[in-house]
Design a protein around this ligand. Structure first.
Ligand code: HEM
Length: 403
């Protein structure tokens, strides 16, 4: 099988459901492969799967993110390009600094009781539902990050259903080859509506500030303490909330079938913090919510024997790096006690996930509570994945709570 065959397989329906055999095939060609000039999906010059090579690329500030052509003409792309996730230094450093100041250990500590309360309320509701079959995503995995982040940022809970529709339209655009004219139009409209939404919220916090992130940011902005325009603040808030929640939903929904396949581990989770932390990290390694990143070459270069021209993009498959046999012994096996390098599920280097500690905390607090409350939990249908290779996850998961 050639690299082109493997990529065609990866982008097929089958590959989108289970990309791992294709990733294993790519690993056999080495840490990086050239994408043939006439390949069907040639938007990138090379595809990287090796852990060490990817770790090096992501840490190298010379390897940057490229704006898509014509981004100025689309509200959603303009929003991305004025947010930290999509830009390069010095703008990236400036914007990230403003937000990383707010993600302090103290704020994280303050989030702990919020997460516990949200999780316990959801578990009560699941127990009260009467019927023992529930959708784990709708009733647990989705509301946790949505409610926790809404409280953290300061988004009214009543607006979350409305908000979710906009997030979905934006996420659809992010898939490989996702930028169809219809999807762009839908995401542009979503971005415009979200901008109005945030401008109104910010105006409200100016009049009556609270303890949330929005109030803190508005105050910092108005006092001239931070180097950020209001337009950039709104873009970053849109991107921050988007980044924070489908990813975390998938941490839970992708993780549940994996965990339930190991009943002895699940039974030991309540009360064992070290094992719980190991499980959260192992779920993120084996079933990473984000699979694809990209970076552009700063100059004509050769990556492990593969030539890449200046400004050409390299597709970086962190979902494959996390199963690199050169770095993880028996890479497809679930082992929450495995030693070894951290997974690349949250990226690494200058763009390392700003919310990694928040998601890991949500996982560490929610999973033992879930299994303590429902020790006989089972999945009642074979799950299907979203079909996106950028954000890979289970959107619906029927479970029996054993009640
Ligand atoms: C399990 C859940 C999550 C996963 C798997 C995840 C994954 C990632 C990855 C892979 C990146 C790196 C992007 C790159 O290098 O191009 C990233 C960046 C980012 N994430 Fe997360 N994320 C998660 C949760 C969160 C949460 C909860 C938040 C917010 C509280 C968040 C906010 C961000 C932001 C703002 C960035 C951009 C940082 C920058 O460009 O400097 N993420 N995330």
């Amino acid at each position: 099988m050639t690299v082109q065959d493997l990529l065609t397989g990866l982008y097929s329906e089958e590959g989108r459901q289970n990309p791992y055999p294709w990733y294993a095939g790519l690993h056999r060609f080495g840490p990086v492969s050239a994408v043939p000039a006439r390949a069907e999906h040639r938007t990138v010059a090379a595809v990287a799967v090796g852990y060490d090579l990817i770790d090096g690329l992501l840490r190298d500030p010379e390897w940057t993110k490229q704006p898509p052509p014509g981004w100025q003409e689309h509200e959603i792309l303009r929003t991305f390009q004025t947010s930290m996730m999509f830009v390069n230094p010095p703008d990236h450093t400036r914007m990230r600094h403003v937000f990383s100041r707010t993600f302090t250990p103290r704020r994280l500590g303050a989030l702990e009781p919020v997460i516990v309360r949200v999780v316990d309320e959801l578990l009560d509701r699941m127990a009260d539902a009467g019927s023992d079959v529930v959708d784990f995503v709708a009733d647990f995995a989705y509301p946790i990050p949505a409610l926790v982040m809404a409280e953290f940022i300061g988004i009214p809970v009543k607006d979350l259903v409305w908000y979710r529709e906009r997030v979905e339209r934006i996420d659809e655009l992010l898939d490989v080859a996702g930028k169809t004219p219809q999807r762009l139009a839908a995401a542009n409209a979503a971005a415009e509506e979200l901008r109005v939404f945030y401008r109104e919220l910010l105006a409200h916090r100016r009049r009556s500030p609270g303890d949330d992130l929005l109030s803190g940011l508005v105050e910092a902005l108005d006092s001239g303490e931070v180097e950020l325009t209001e337009d950039e603040l709104v873009s970053n808030l849109i991107v921050l909330f988007n980044a924070s929640f489908v990813t975390t939903v998938y941490m839970f929904s992708n993780g549940l079938p994996l965990l339930l396949a190991h009943p002895e581990t699940v039974a030991a989770l309540p009360g064992d913090q070290e094992l719980t932390t190991g499980c959260v990290d192992e779920v993120l390694r084996l079933e990473s919510p984000v699979h694809f990143l990209a970076r552009a070459a700063p100059a004509d270069t050769v990556l492990d024997g593969v030539p890449v021209a200046r400004d050409d993009d390299v597709l970086i498959i962190i979902g494959a790096a996390n199963r690199d046999p050169a770095r993880f012994a028996d890479p497809d096996a679930f082992d929450p006690t495995r030693p070894g390098p951290p997974s690349l599920a949250f990226g690494v280097g200058p763009h390392f996930c700003l919310g990694a500690a928040v998601s890991r905390l949500e996982g560490r607090l929610a999973l033992p509570r879930l299994f303590a409350r429902f020790p006989d939990l089972t999945v009642t249908e074979t799950p299907t994945y979203s079909g996106s290779l950028f954000l890979r996850g289970i959107d619906k998961l029927l479970i029996s709570t054993g009640g």
